[in-house]
Design a protein around this ligand. Sequence first.
Ligand code: ADP
Length: 277
Amino acid sequence: MSASNTNPFVDFRDVWLAYNDDLLARNDFAVEAIDLQVRQGEFIAIVGPSGCGKSTFMKLATGLKSPSRGSIRVDGQPVTGPVKISGMAFQAPSLLPWRTTVDNVLLPLEIVEPYRGQFKQRRAEYEQRARALLQKVGLADYEDKYPWQLSGGMQQRASICRALIHEPKMLLLDEPFGALDAFTREELWCILRDLWSERRFNVILVTHDLRESVFLADTVYVMSARPGRFVERRQIDLPRPRELEVTYTREFSDIVLELRGHIGAIRRTSPQAEATP
Ligand code: ADP
């Protein structure tokens, strides 16, 4: 199941995680036998039913959880604590309501070193960077507005800018577009596609939306329900740049159907799985 790759950017070797010692003693793992090698700049998506371990995988990749067994390296370094080279965005945009959009985007630079130490001296330059990023995602007129003055889609754009402001090598997205309507969601796919094409950071996208995974990713991993395991690795060879029109082609829907088949197979063998994608 591994990518043919000698120096992977993300490297999981036989990773298992039980959430606590009790569960470990009972061999009750949230995820098990995760093997995954991601090359530099690759966009991967992880799909699977609720509760299969997608968020757990994210916690492992960012160092918020340490594996019970196995090893994880990111950018050549063993992961032993929170990974600083990553940015994250979640389903809820979680912007601070008392800060303007641009000040929300600046937040990581006030917290993360080496930016934090230089924030006061370089504020004007950082602000320029935040504004340029907001303009790139179509929020030029909303830089100085407050979150409540923005639509859900706009808030999510701002939250992606916030995740990218410190130019992370890795962007982790946990269901980032799940709460948006279908049209807004597709707009955001294109924004993410363009940011990624320009900057080529690594992306790990967790999603229930199979179309989203096929449109955006280079490689889609399908996870089985508890214990979470990767049961399928599907390379997406649709040529880039991909336009939304591709989602209406036979080739595209065949891949989506194929992935759906894997999820269906998992659900038939796993009665405790919760929601379907
Ligand atoms: P997903 O993101 O795919 O919905 P999660 O990674 O959140 O799945 O959960 C995977 C499994 O781990 C689930 O069975 C869940 O109940 C369990 N789990 C998640 N967080 C904890 C925790 N803090 N303690 C114990 N079990 C947990």
